[in-house]
Structures are given as C-alpha cells and as structure tokens.
Design a protein around this ligand. Structure first.
Ligand SMILES: NC(=O)C1=CN([C@@H]2O[C@H](COP(=O)(O)OP(=O)(O)OC[C@H]3O[C@@H](n4cnc5c(N)ncnc54)[C@H](OP(=O)(O)O)[C@@H]3O)[C@@H](O)[C@H]2O)C=CC1
Ligand SMILES: CC(=O)N[C@@H](CCC(=O)OP(=O)(O)O)C(=O)O
Length: 314
C-alpha cells in the first residue's frame, strides 16, 4: 500500500516546524515539501494541497481560510491549526479525549485543531458540564500563563531580541478587553450558556502553560468536594495516555510550574483547594498538546494509525 502523502502549509512557522519535527523521521508517511522560495506561491501551494491525502494548515487565520478554498480534491483531508474553523459547521473539533470525539475525528475530512488555552480550559470544564456537576450558567472565570512561543514568530523575535524593552522581563496581562480568540470554542465545546471571563498572561519563558479555573463547590450540583472532583476526572480520563490527573499539591509546597511539560505532548490536571473553594489547573506545552502534538495525534487517528505515534510522552 502506498504511504499517505502529507503536506504542511506554513512549515516554516512555529507550529509547522514542530509538526515537521514530529513527522520528519517517520517512514510510514510521505512528506510533500514545497521549494522554500515558493512557500507563499498560491499556484504551487494549490498543487501540493490537492496532491496530499492530508494537509496541516499552520497559517494565520486568513491564509488558512484561503488554503481551504484552494482544495478541490475531495480526497484531501485537513487539520487546521488556526482559529478559523474551530466552531465552523462541517468541522470536527480535534480533542479526542472528549467523550465521543475520537470516533468523529477518525472519520473526519476537516478537523479544527484546538487552541492552546482552549485545550486546557475545555479539558477541565467540559467533563464537569457533561457529568451534570457544573451548571452551564455558572459564572466561570479563568486565568492562564503562557510562554511566549504561544504568540508565534513575531513574539518570539520580540522576546529574544537582546535590545528588547524592559517590560518584557515581567509577565504581561493581555486580552483585557475580554475578547480573546479562544472564547467561542471554550463556550461552544463546553456547552456553556455564556462566555467565561478569561484573563491570559504572557511570560518571559519560551514554552509551556497553565490554565487555571477557580470554583465554589457550593455552586456546583450535588454535594461536591475536592475528592469528588478528582474522582470525576479520574473516571472521565481513564485509559487516556495524554491527559492524566495528578496528585494534589500540599498547600505548603504547592507550586505548579508552567513550563514543566516543555517538549512533551501530554496534559496534566490538578485539583486543589480547601473548604468550599477549589482550583482546577491544566498544565501543557502550548506547542505540544496545545498545537503540534495534538495535530499529529489527530493525524494518526484520521489515518487509522496508533494514536501516539511520533509523540513525546515522557
Ligand atoms: N504558537 C502556538 O502556540 C499556537 C499557534 N496556533 C495557530 O497556528 C497557526 C500558526 O501559528 P504559529 O505557528 O504560531 O505562527 P507563525 O507566525 O510562527 O507561523 C506562521 C507561518 O505561516 C506563514 N504564512 C503566513 N502567511 C502565509 C501564506 N499566505 N501562505 C503561506 N504561508 C504563510 C508564515 O510565513 P513567514 O515565515 O514568512 O512569516 C509563517 O511561517 C496560527 O493560526 C496560530 O493561531 C495554534 C495553537 C498554538
Ligand atoms: C501567548 C499568546 O499570545 N498566545 C496566543 C494563543 C496561541 C494559540 O493557541 O493560538 P491559536 O488560537 O491561534 O491557535 C494568543 O493568546 O493569541
């Protein structure tokens, strides 16, 4: 049988390069490569997009929409890493650990790869809504820390410039207008009746993130405790390789570093708190389970291959 042909549109970008790194050594795939000087040439890209069995779009949103329009071959399947199609009709949301989603991804022709923050938020919140513990109208708030690679090539150049502004030494709050681009997918995929208040912070380290959701246990359905929430996640993600529940952190040494999973494609969930208050944390690498690792996982599923082939687990 011939090898599946794979094309990465945007291979020189942050996400594209990471996908290429994960696929480069694989002998079960044929990678279609574009000449460097033609990588933004519409005619050449169109040719490769239509020659491939599966394409990754690692482009800004507008270029991703344009790339989809260039595809005429009904046999070309797409994984879009951009924000453009995550709540679009006809697209399958690429988070296989959500119940029922893995089967949909296997059969999908168009898969929208989740946003990095959204991956953390949804991994925490969707199981609670699905199990009837979190009312969809709960007034959710979340904050998050991310390394600067989350913002792509321009931000990397800015942060790694030796003459950069001093402000970049410190963590920086952004999206303070509360219109972050991941809000639509967070709301839709979790089945929330309104958007959470989401407050991200970009920091002076390259990779890794935590997404943090505080909760009042008395506002949840049923009698809930830190232990009952831990049991819920443990059951929901039972058998998963990439998403796991971690032991709670003792209050006195309870640091949850945001970059501990740098270079890995896994996601860890922590449930901590005291008395009537809980704090849920998801930790992941924004370029791993938050982007390129997830994209390769989705590709493996779509091609009927072992789901974690080429991924970095430990
Ligand atoms: N970084 C992250 O952690 C994550 C990113 N994403 C999403 O993935 C997508 C890519 O992001 P990221 O890799 O960070 O971005 P980068 O800016 O690092 O890379 C984007 C790449 O696309 C290329 N490009 C731009 N326009 C075109 C075009 N018209 N035709 C062909 N190539 C083009 C750029 O070229 P050039 O090199 O010349 O600039 C660049 O190489 C975005 O939609 C982003 O939102 C998703 C999850 C996480
Ligand atoms: C630190 C930082 O700036 N992060 C990016 C999100 C990165 C990501 O997930 O991108 P997509 O939604 O485009 O896929 C941001 O907040 O816009």
């Amino acid at each position: 049988m011939s090898k599946p042909k794979i094309y990465i549109d945007g291979k020189e970008g942050t996400t594209g390069l990471q996908i290429y790194e994960r696929l480069g050594g694989r002998e079960d795939l044929e990678l279609l490569l574009i000449d460097d000087e033609k990588r933004k040439d519409l005619t050449e890209r169109k040719k490769l997009l239509n020659a491939a069995d599966l394409v990754f779009l690692c482009l800004p949103d507008a270029a991703a929409v344009e790339a989809v329009e260039l595809i005429e071959n009904p046999g070309t399947r797409v994984i879009d890493a951009s924000t453009a199609h995550r709540t679009a009709p006809g697209w399958v949301y690429g988070l296989p650990e959500l119940h029922g989603q893995r089967e949909k991804i296997r059969d999908a022709v168009r898969v929208a790869n989740p946003g990095c923050y959204a991956t953390g938020f949804i991994s925490l919140v969707r199981p609670l809504v699905e199990e009837g513990v979190l009312p969809p109208g709960y007034p959710l708030a979340a904050h998050a820390l991310s390394g600067y690679t989350g913002a792509g090539k321009k931000a990397i150049a800015q942060y790694e410039d030796p003459g950069r502004e001093r402000e970049l030494d410190s963590p920086r709050h952004y999206a303070v207008g509360l219109r972050h681009k991941h809000l639509p997918e967070m709301t839709a995929v979790c089945g929330l009746s309104h958007e959470p208040i989401f407050s991200p912070i970009i920091c002076d380290y390259p990779r890794g993130m935590v997404v943090v959701v505080p909760l009042r246990l008395s506002m949840l359905s049923g009698e809930q405790s830190i232990e009952s929430l831990r049991d819920l996640y443990s059951t929901y993600y039972q058998g998963e390789t990439l998403v796991t529940l971690r032991p709670g952190d003792a209050p006195k040494c309870g640091f949850i570093g945001a970059n501990n999973l740098e270079g890995k494609d896994t996601l860890q969930i922590f449930v901590n708190g005291s008395g009537e208050q809980a704090v849920l944390t998801a930790r992941l690498d924004n370029l791993g389970k938050g982007a390129s690792g997830a994209a390769v996982q989705n590709m493996n599923l779509m091609l009927g291959l072992e789901e974690t082939l080429g991924l970095v687990l430990e």
